[in-house]
Design a protein around this ligand. Structure first.
Ligand code: ADP
Length: 496
């Protein structure tokens, strides 16, 4: 699985987890809210049942008085007391049926008699004294209770259901509804703007007044998901996602680092293997190279010995000079070998362009002069600082000059011209000779190790130079322009 997919998957997982947690918090809050609603409903139901039981008790007491005393002052007194004490009981009356007419006597307020009311046919048919009936009308909060006191005599009581529910019974913001059969007596809807609603209802415990009480509650988002719970959760989620991002970046960086290290190691191994392979070839090269100076040393030393016997100081000196030369050559060969094989790190320092070149040339000049080769040097911006490994730089210049000198061996008026100048952030050094140039077929190969066109060449001078220049973050190129021309580019220090 790729890092990116892993990250996306984990982020989705976290988001899912957070959503699930939010849903859980919401569900728990909703559930506890609904439980609370059920509790409130049950409480309200109990209180309502108590009130309805009071109505029954009043009716029973009134019925007893009516039965004993008939419509009288005692009934009036009791009814008035009840009416003033219980504002929800809005009317108390007796209805008497005589023949086809009913006479209603109202007691709760100053006594009123209505002889033409109610229509006798609208009265509930009650057979057994003590039995009750209940009536309500659509869109009217009141309901009537009829109680048969004795044949032909009813007790009548009207209740305002709107006053049944006191403010403290139903929690604020909750809606409630009281209904009797099909008729809604009271309908207090719940406030709008809630996300979820819950409604619970119960039948109020009363045989005479079978009311139904329904309560509903709305749940707002802020109630279901209180910020105090949600905010920390969101913060935790943001933290987790951020952490994942950091983690992913860290892992990626580490992988890249590992990859780089592995590549580097491989490269180093390859380069080393290459050098080890080359070593075999080189061993024979060394044998071949050294055979000549060693043989020369031997013969010159023998000549020196003989010269000593002959007491010829001049021959002795010549032989010793030759020995010194051959020994130097052998040392030079070995030095180049070692440099090629070792390939140590460059020691970069900032050296003025002109000085670097002068010092490198000083080593080669005596040899060039001895061979009669003219050297012309033009340096501009010589004060600019070259970033080079001084020894490496000298080796490069030395190798190129040595090749040029070799190429000029059979040349009349041999000349080498060196130009150095700054070009932006680089120094460009060209070394050109007026020799025969590099054979076209050789040109693509001269920087390859062991490529040589010389009978006693080793083919290591240019590859070594190229490697050295590279370690200084520069480059080297060869072309033919009259003779051979080498162009070396090396970094310059920024001017301030
Ligand atoms: P070597 O000098 O041992 O041959 P180098 O790597 O120094 O090894 O040179 C590789 C080859 O490049 C030489 O053998 C020669 O053919 C060619 N070469 C280098 N410099 C010059 C030059 N100035 N003129 C002509 N040929 C050159």
């Amino acid at each position: 699985m790729t890092m990116k997919r892993e990250y996306r998957l984990l982020t989705t997982l976290f988001a899912g987890l957070a959503l699930a947690l939010l849903a859980l918090v919401g569900a728990v809050n909703y559930r506890s809210g609904v439980e609370d609603l059920s509790r409130s409903l049950s409480d309200a139901g109990t209180r309502l049942a108590e009130k309805l039981a009071q109505h029954e008790a009043h009716l029973t007491a009134l019925a007893a008085v009516v039965r004993m005393a008939g419509p009288s002052d005692s009934v009036h007194g009791l009814a008035q007391a009840i009416g003033s004490f219980y504002p929800r009981i809005v009317e108390i009356a007796t209805i008497r049926i005589e023949g086809d007419t009913a006479t209603k006597v109202r007691y709760d307020r100053p006594v009123q008699t209505q002889s033409d009311w109610p229509d006798i046919t609208s009265l509930p048919a009650l057979a057994t004294p003590g039995s009750t009936a209940i009536r309500s009308r659509p869109d009217d909060p009141r309901y009537d209770i009829y109680k048969l006191v004795s044949p032909g005599t009813y007790l009548f009581m009207t209740i305002d259901a709107g006053r049944l529910i006191a403010d403290d019974v139903v929690p604020e913001n909750d809606g409630y509804r009281i209904s009797l059969g099909e008729n809604r007596l009271i309908d207090h809807p719940v406030e709008a703007g809630a996300l979820l609603h819950a409604t619970r209802s119960l039948a109020v415990n009363s045989t005479s007044q079978p009311l139904r009480l329904e309560m509903s509650r709305g749940f707002r988002v802020s109630e279901l998901l209180p910020p105090i719970v949600v905010l920390p959760l969101l913060l935790a989620l943001a933290g987790a996602v951020r952490f994942l991002g950091e983690y992913r970046r860290a892992i990626r960086a580490r992988r890249q680092e590992e990859l780089r290290a592995a590549l580097l190691e491989q490269e180093t191994k390859l380069a080393h293997a290459g050098r080890v392979n080359a070593l075999g070839e080189m061993a024979s090269g060394i044998a071949h190279e050294l055979a000549q100076p060693v043989a020369a040393l031997l013969s010159q030393s023998q000549a020196a010995k003989r010269a000593m016997g002959l007491d010829r100081a001049d021959i002795l000196e010549q032989a010793l000079d030759a020995n010194v030369r051959e020994a130097k050559r052998a040392g030079d060969i070995l030095g180049r070998m070692r440099a090629y094989i070792a390939g140590g790190p460059a020691q970069i320092e900032a050296v003025p362009l002109e000085r670097a070149l002068t010092e490198a040339l000083r080593l080669a000049e005596p040899d060039l002069t001895r061979r009669g080769i003219g050297l012309e040097t033009v340096v501009s911006s010589g004060e600019r600082l070259l970033r080079i490994d001084v020894i490496g730089f000298q080796q490069v210049i030395h190798n190129i000059l040595r090749n040029a000198a070799d190429a000029l061996a059979a040349q009349g008026d041999p000349r080498i011209s060196i130009r150095a100048e700054a070009a932006g952030k680089q120094a460009v050094i060209t070394i050109a000779d007026n020799g025969p140039g590099i054979p076209a077929s050789a040109l693509p190969h001269i920087f390859e190790p062991f490529f040589t066109t010389k009978p006693d060449g080793m083919g290591l001078g240019l590859p070594l130079s190229a490697r050295l220049v590279e370690t200084m973050e520069g480059s080297i190129e060869a072309e033919n322009a009259g003779g051979a021309r080498f162009t070396i580019r090396l970094p310059l220090e920024d001017t301030k």
